[in-house]
Design a binder for this molecule. Structure first.
Ligand code: KIV
Length: 269
Protein backbone atom coordinates (compact mmCIF):
# COMPACT_ATOMS: atom_id res chain seq x y z
CA UNK A 1 0.00 0.00 0.00
CA UNK A 2 1.10 3.57 -0.75
CA UNK A 3 3.09 5.07 2.13
CA UNK A 4 0.97 7.52 4.11
CA UNK A 5 -2.23 6.19 2.54
CA UNK A 6 -5.23 7.15 4.68
CA UNK A 7 -7.38 4.17 5.55
CA UNK A 8 -10.60 3.84 7.54
CA UNK A 9 -8.49 2.49 10.41
CA UNK A 10 -6.48 5.74 10.49
CA UNK A 11 -9.67 7.78 10.49
CA UNK A 12 -11.08 5.77 13.41
CA UNK A 13 -7.77 6.22 15.26
CA UNK A 14 -8.08 9.97 14.76
CA UNK A 15 -11.56 9.93 16.27
CA UNK A 16 -10.31 7.86 19.20
CA UNK A 17 -7.48 10.32 19.85
CA UNK A 18 -9.77 13.34 19.45
CA UNK A 19 -7.88 14.53 16.34
CA UNK A 20 -10.10 16.31 13.83
CA UNK A 21 -10.62 14.82 10.37
CA UNK A 22 -10.52 16.99 7.24
CA UNK A 23 -12.59 16.26 4.15
CA UNK A 24 -13.04 18.23 0.93
CA UNK A 25 -15.69 17.66 -1.70
CA UNK A 26 -14.24 18.07 -5.17
CA UNK A 27 -14.56 16.78 -8.70
CA UNK A 28 -11.38 17.08 -10.77
CA UNK A 29 -7.76 15.97 -11.04
CA UNK A 30 -6.00 19.25 -10.16
CA UNK A 31 -8.05 20.24 -7.12
CA UNK A 32 -7.74 16.65 -5.87
CA UNK A 33 -3.96 16.95 -6.21
CA UNK A 34 -4.01 20.17 -4.21
CA UNK A 35 -6.00 18.41 -1.47
CA UNK A 36 -3.56 15.51 -1.40
CA UNK A 37 -0.52 17.82 -1.26
CA UNK A 38 -2.16 19.91 1.49
CA UNK A 39 -2.57 16.79 3.64
CA UNK A 40 -6.39 16.62 3.55
CA UNK A 41 -7.48 13.25 5.03
CA UNK A 42 -10.38 12.45 2.78
CA UNK A 43 -11.91 13.55 -0.50
CA UNK A 44 -15.57 13.22 -1.31
CA UNK A 45 -16.58 13.28 -4.96
CA UNK A 46 -19.87 14.93 -4.09
CA UNK A 47 -22.94 14.98 -6.29
CA UNK A 48 -22.92 18.73 -5.58
CA UNK A 49 -20.97 18.64 -8.85
CA UNK A 50 -24.39 18.82 -10.51
CA UNK A 51 -24.72 22.40 -9.29
CA UNK A 52 -21.12 23.56 -8.84
CA UNK A 53 -19.56 21.94 -11.94
CA UNK A 54 -22.53 21.50 -14.27
CA UNK A 55 -24.56 24.58 -13.30
CA UNK A 56 -27.77 22.62 -12.71
CA UNK A 57 -30.49 23.60 -10.23
CA UNK A 58 -29.97 20.63 -7.91
CA UNK A 59 -28.15 17.33 -7.47
CA UNK A 60 -31.18 15.37 -8.69
CA UNK A 61 -30.19 15.02 -12.40
CA UNK A 62 -26.64 13.75 -11.73
CA UNK A 63 -26.00 10.29 -13.22
CA UNK A 64 -23.94 7.31 -12.10
CA UNK A 65 -21.73 7.60 -15.19
CA UNK A 66 -20.99 11.26 -14.38
CA UNK A 67 -20.02 10.36 -10.81
CA UNK A 68 -17.71 7.62 -12.11
CA UNK A 69 -16.11 9.97 -14.66
CA UNK A 70 -15.32 12.59 -11.98
CA UNK A 71 -14.22 10.04 -9.39
CA UNK A 72 -11.68 8.56 -11.82
CA UNK A 73 -10.19 12.04 -12.41
CA UNK A 74 -10.04 12.72 -8.66
CA UNK A 75 -8.40 9.36 -7.96
CA UNK A 76 -5.70 10.13 -10.55
CA UNK A 77 -4.95 13.37 -8.67
CA UNK A 78 -5.20 12.06 -5.12
CA UNK A 79 -3.79 8.66 -4.24
CA UNK A 80 -3.31 9.24 -0.50
CA UNK A 81 -6.63 10.62 0.84
CA UNK A 82 -9.50 8.27 1.70
CA UNK A 83 -11.76 8.58 -1.34
CA UNK A 84 -15.54 8.54 -1.07
CA UNK A 85 -17.99 8.76 -3.96
CA UNK A 86 -21.54 10.05 -3.65
CA UNK A 87 -24.14 7.70 -5.08
CA UNK A 88 -26.47 9.85 -7.21
CA UNK A 89 -30.23 10.06 -6.86
CA UNK A 90 -32.03 6.87 -7.97
CA UNK A 91 -28.86 4.80 -8.24
CA UNK A 92 -29.57 3.07 -4.90
CA UNK A 93 -33.18 3.75 -3.94
CA UNK A 94 -35.04 1.28 -6.19
CA UNK A 95 -33.84 -1.96 -4.57
CA UNK A 96 -31.06 -3.41 -2.44
CA UNK A 97 -29.84 -5.46 -5.42
CA UNK A 98 -29.67 -2.42 -7.71
CA UNK A 99 -27.95 -0.38 -4.99
CA UNK A 100 -25.41 -3.13 -4.35
CA UNK A 101 -24.69 -3.50 -8.07
CA UNK A 102 -24.19 0.25 -8.57
CA UNK A 103 -22.06 0.77 -5.45
CA UNK A 104 -19.89 -2.18 -6.47
CA UNK A 105 -19.50 -0.69 -9.95
CA UNK A 106 -18.35 2.63 -8.46
CA UNK A 107 -15.73 0.98 -6.27
CA UNK A 108 -14.46 -1.31 -9.03
CA UNK A 109 -14.23 1.36 -11.74
CA UNK A 110 -12.93 4.35 -9.76
CA UNK A 111 -10.57 2.99 -7.12
CA UNK A 112 -12.56 4.78 -4.40
CA UNK A 113 -12.67 3.33 -0.90
CA UNK A 114 -16.26 4.08 0.14
CA UNK A 115 -19.64 5.19 -1.12
CA UNK A 116 -21.91 7.85 0.40
CA UNK A 117 -25.67 7.47 0.55
CA UNK A 118 -28.29 9.96 1.69
CA UNK A 119 -30.99 8.75 4.08
CA UNK A 120 -31.62 7.18 7.48
CA UNK A 121 -33.67 4.20 8.68
CA UNK A 122 -35.07 3.58 5.19
CA UNK A 123 -31.66 2.67 3.72
CA UNK A 124 -30.64 0.27 6.52
CA UNK A 125 -31.18 -2.95 4.47
CA UNK A 126 -28.86 -1.60 1.75
CA UNK A 127 -26.21 -0.40 4.22
CA UNK A 128 -26.17 -3.85 5.89
CA UNK A 129 -25.83 -5.56 2.53
CA UNK A 130 -23.02 -3.25 1.38
CA UNK A 131 -21.06 -3.62 4.60
CA UNK A 132 -21.42 -7.41 4.60
CA UNK A 133 -20.17 -7.39 0.99
CA UNK A 134 -17.09 -5.39 2.00
CA UNK A 135 -18.12 -1.94 0.80
CA UNK A 136 -17.53 0.82 3.38
CA UNK A 137 -20.52 3.15 3.73
CA UNK A 138 -20.72 6.83 4.57
CA UNK A 139 -24.21 7.98 5.57
CA UNK A 140 -25.64 11.48 5.11
CA UNK A 141 -28.48 12.84 7.26
CA UNK A 142 -29.89 16.21 8.25
CA UNK A 143 -30.46 18.28 5.14
CA UNK A 144 -30.14 15.82 2.26
CA UNK A 145 -29.91 17.68 -1.07
CA UNK A 146 -31.31 14.80 -3.16
CA UNK A 147 -34.62 15.40 -1.33
CA UNK A 148 -34.68 19.11 -2.20
CA UNK A 149 -38.13 18.69 -3.73
CA UNK A 150 -39.47 17.43 -0.40
CA UNK A 151 -37.60 20.00 1.71
CA UNK A 152 -38.41 22.86 -0.69
CA UNK A 153 -34.86 24.22 -0.41
CA UNK A 154 -31.88 24.10 1.94
CA UNK A 155 -32.85 24.23 5.62
CA UNK A 156 -31.59 23.46 9.10
CA UNK A 157 -32.93 20.08 10.24
CA UNK A 158 -33.40 19.27 13.92
CA UNK A 159 -34.65 22.53 15.38
CA UNK A 160 -38.03 21.00 16.16
CA UNK A 161 -38.10 18.22 18.75
CA UNK A 162 -39.61 15.58 16.39
CA UNK A 163 -36.90 16.37 13.83
CA UNK A 164 -34.19 16.11 16.49
CA UNK A 165 -35.53 12.72 17.62
CA UNK A 166 -35.70 11.48 14.02
CA UNK A 167 -32.11 12.60 13.41
CA UNK A 168 -30.92 10.61 16.42
CA UNK A 169 -32.92 7.54 15.35
CA UNK A 170 -31.54 7.77 11.80
CA UNK A 171 -27.99 8.14 13.09
CA UNK A 172 -28.32 5.12 15.40
CA UNK A 173 -29.90 3.02 12.64
CA UNK A 174 -27.06 3.81 10.22
CA UNK A 175 -24.40 3.26 12.85
CA UNK A 176 -25.93 -0.06 13.97
CA UNK A 177 -26.10 -1.24 10.37
CA UNK A 178 -22.37 -0.67 9.96
CA UNK A 179 -21.95 2.80 8.40
CA UNK A 180 -18.38 3.88 9.15
CA UNK A 181 -18.91 7.63 8.81
CA UNK A 182 -21.99 9.80 8.79
CA UNK A 183 -22.21 13.30 7.34
CA UNK A 184 -24.43 15.65 9.37
CA UNK A 185 -25.57 18.52 7.16
CA UNK A 186 -27.24 21.67 8.49
CA UNK A 187 -27.92 20.30 11.96
CA UNK A 188 -27.94 22.36 15.20
CA UNK A 189 -24.54 22.04 16.86
CA UNK A 190 -25.88 20.73 20.20
CA UNK A 191 -27.47 17.71 18.48
CA UNK A 192 -24.27 17.07 16.48
CA UNK A 193 -22.30 17.30 19.76
CA UNK A 194 -24.56 14.83 21.57
CA UNK A 195 -24.40 12.39 18.63
CA UNK A 196 -20.62 12.72 18.12
CA UNK A 197 -19.74 12.27 21.80
CA UNK A 198 -21.49 8.92 22.06
CA UNK A 199 -20.94 7.54 18.55
CA UNK A 200 -18.80 4.73 17.25
CA UNK A 201 -19.25 5.98 13.67
CA UNK A 202 -17.21 9.02 12.64
CA UNK A 203 -19.28 12.20 12.34
CA UNK A 204 -18.42 14.67 9.60
CA UNK A 205 -20.13 18.02 9.82
CA UNK A 206 -21.14 20.58 7.24
CA UNK A 207 -23.15 23.27 8.95
CA UNK A 208 -23.25 21.11 12.08
CA UNK A 209 -20.86 22.97 14.38
CA UNK A 210 -17.44 22.25 15.78
CA UNK A 211 -18.12 19.13 17.85
CA UNK A 212 -18.21 16.71 14.91
CA UNK A 213 -15.21 14.40 14.48
CA UNK A 214 -14.39 16.11 11.20
CA UNK A 215 -15.51 18.82 8.81
CA UNK A 216 -16.21 18.84 5.09
CA UNK A 217 -16.49 21.81 2.73
CA UNK A 218 -16.84 21.98 -1.03
CA UNK A 219 -13.50 22.98 -2.64
CA UNK A 220 -15.10 25.70 -4.77
CA UNK A 221 -16.74 27.23 -1.68
CA UNK A 222 -13.60 27.24 0.44
CA UNK A 223 -11.48 28.88 -2.26
CA UNK A 224 -14.21 31.45 -2.96
CA UNK A 225 -15.11 30.41 -6.50
CA UNK A 226 -18.85 30.32 -5.76
CA UNK A 227 -19.79 33.98 -5.50
CA UNK A 228 -23.56 33.99 -5.69
CA UNK A 229 -24.21 31.78 -2.65
CA UNK A 230 -22.53 31.68 0.74
CA UNK A 231 -24.32 29.61 3.36
CA UNK A 232 -23.54 30.53 6.98
CA UNK A 233 -21.34 27.43 7.40
CA UNK A 234 -18.94 28.26 4.55
CA UNK A 235 -15.62 29.88 5.38
CA UNK A 236 -13.82 31.32 2.34
CA UNK A 237 -10.04 30.98 2.60
CA UNK A 238 -9.47 32.79 -0.69
CA UNK A 239 -11.40 35.25 -2.85
CA UNK A 240 -10.88 32.89 -5.81
CA UNK A 241 -13.54 34.29 -8.13
CA UNK A 242 -12.21 37.85 -7.74
CA UNK A 243 -8.62 36.72 -8.40
CA UNK A 244 -9.61 34.64 -11.43
CA UNK A 245 -11.59 37.49 -12.95
CA UNK A 246 -8.76 39.97 -12.36
CA UNK A 247 -6.38 37.60 -14.16
CA UNK A 248 -8.79 37.22 -17.09
CA UNK A 249 -9.24 40.99 -17.43
CA UNK A 250 -5.43 41.43 -17.40
CA UNK A 251 -5.08 38.77 -20.11
CA UNK A 252 -7.76 40.46 -22.24
CA UNK A 253 -6.08 43.88 -21.82
CA UNK A 254 -2.63 42.48 -22.61
CA UNK A 255 -3.82 40.76 -25.79
CA UNK A 256 -5.78 43.79 -26.91
CA UNK A 257 -2.88 46.18 -26.23
CA UNK A 258 -0.39 43.88 -27.95
CA UNK A 259 1.76 43.39 -24.83
CA UNK A 260 1.02 39.64 -24.81
CA UNK A 261 2.80 37.60 -26.03
CA UNK A 262 6.20 39.21 -25.53
CA UNK A 263 9.36 38.08 -27.31
CA UNK A 264 10.24 35.79 -24.37
CA UNK A 265 6.83 34.20 -24.70
CA UNK A 266 7.32 33.55 -28.44
CA UNK A 267 9.43 30.99 -30.33
CA UNK A 268 12.24 32.21 -32.60
CA UNK A 269 13.60 30.16 -35.49
O1 KIV B 1 -22.28 16.62 -2.59
C1 KIV B 1 -21.51 17.06 -1.72
O2 KIV B 1 -20.53 17.77 -2.01
C2 KIV B 1 -21.84 16.72 -0.33
C3 KIV B 1 -21.07 17.39 0.76
C4 KIV B 1 -21.28 18.84 0.78
C5 KIV B 1 -21.31 16.76 2.08
O3 KIV B 1 -22.68 15.92 -0.11
Amino acid sequence: MLEGKITLKELFNKKKKGEKITMVSTYDYLSARFCDEAGIDSILVGDSLGMVFQGKESTVPVTLEEMIYHAKAVRRGAKRPFLIVDMPFMSYQTSVEEGLKNCGKVLKETGAEAVKLEGGEEIVPLVERLVSTGIPVVGHIGYTPQSVNIFGGAKVVGKREEEAQKLKRDFKALEDSGAAMIVLESVPYDIAKEISESSVAITIGIGAGKYCDGQVLVFHDLVGLVEDMKPRFVRRYLEGAKLFKEALVKFKNDVESGSFPSEEESYGR
